[in-house]
Each structure stands twice: as C-alpha cells, then as structure tokens.
Design a protein around this ligand. Structure first.
Ligand code: HEC
Length: 151
C-alpha cells in the first residue's frame, strides 16, 4: 500500500511542478493586450522615422548617382571614378579622374586592358589592375557600360 501512496505523492509533486512551469512559460511567452499597444506605437514611430530618412536619402540621390553597384566596383573603382562612374573634376572643371559611366563596353575593357598591360602608361591604373582577373574586368566593363548618367 505504501508504494501506491508514495507514487501518488510523487505524482502530485510532479504535477505541481509542471503547472508552475506552465504558468511561467505562458507568462513569459504570451503578450498581454497592453504590451501589444505599445508595440504598435513603436512600429508607427519606425515608419515615421524611416520616412524622414527617406526624404534625406532622396535629397542625397538627387545630387549624386547612388545606383547600387557591385562590391567589386565599389571597392576597386569608385574611390577615383565616383560612386556612379561620374568621374571627378577640380573647381575649374579640369578632369582629375575621367568619367567612365555608360561608356561602351569595348572601350572600357580595351582601356582597362591597355592600362593593365602597360600599353597606356598610368602607374595608378596599372598597379590597381595588376592582380585583377580577366573575368572580373569583363564583368566591370559590362556593369559600368550600363551605368545611368543623372543630370
Ligand atoms: C587610384 C585611382 C583610380 C582607380 C581606383 C581606378 N582608376 Fe580608372 N583611371 C584613373 C585615372 C587617373 C585615369 C586617367 C588615366 C589617363 O588619363 O591615362 C583612369 C582612366 C580610366 C579609364 C579610361 C577613361 C577614359 O576616358 O580614357 C577607364 C575605362 C577606367 N579608368 C576604368 C577603371 C576601372 C574599371 C576601375 C576599377 C577596376 C578603375 N578605373 C579604377 C584612376 C583610377
């Protein structure tokens, strides 16, 4: 008989523990209505903020071509030729780095290969292109030839 009593007792303790666990679990995972309201408000704040940010972004976009470019272009070429291939000029309008956006594919590839092989002497471009693969240069020429020029 004592075995049955003991079993009932153990089961009771186990059940209590389980119920307490369940209560904690529910309390921690369920969201009360109150909390939900706060969340919605925050969500709206977010939308508002990002709209302000969007206006700022639009303003920036109207100044420079910020079309997303490949990582390769951004890391290898954009520092000199500009984020959208627009080139760089000094205050008098003299070319520092020539614009390359929307130039024909063959022109870009040809130039780049000429720099790489030293046919056109330019230490900057030659050093930069030395370790670049042909297929990367082809991809770049293709990408740059498709850049849009914003007025
Ligand atoms: C360190 C600065 C610099 C970087 C980085 C650079 N270039 Fe140049 N690039 C120049 C300069 C300077 C010239 C002009 C050279 C000349 O007049 O011979 C030039 C010229 C060119 C031209 C010829 C433009 C023309 O109208 O004659 C092309 C095409 C070109 N670069 C493509 C690229 C590509 C593609 C990359 C990225 C892989 C790149 N450049 C990275 C400085 C740079």
């Amino acid at each position: 008989m004592w075995i049955i009593k003991k079993a009932v007792k153990v089961f009771g303790i186990f059940l209590c523990g389980f119920i307490v666990f369940l209560m904690f679990y529910l309390a921690l995972t369920q969201d009360g209505g109150y909390h939900k309201d706060i969340k919605i408000e925050k969500e709206q704040d977010k939308v508002f903020q990002s709209e302000e940010e969007k206006k700022l972004l639009d303003l920036k976009n109207s100044v420079v071509n910020t079309k997303p470019t490949s990582k390769l272009y951004a890391s290898k070429c954009s520092a000199c030729h500009g984020r959208g291939g627009e080139g760089r000029f000094d205050d008098e309008g003299t070319v520092i780095f020539p614009p390359i956006a929307a130039k024909p594919y063959d022109f870009i590839l040809n130039r780049v290969n000429n720099y790489k092989e030293g046919k056109i002497s330019n230490p900057l471009m030659a050093a930069l292109l030395k370790n670049m693969k042909d297929e990367d240069l082809e991809a770049l020429a293709d990408e740059i030839s498709k850049f849009e020029i914003e007025q």
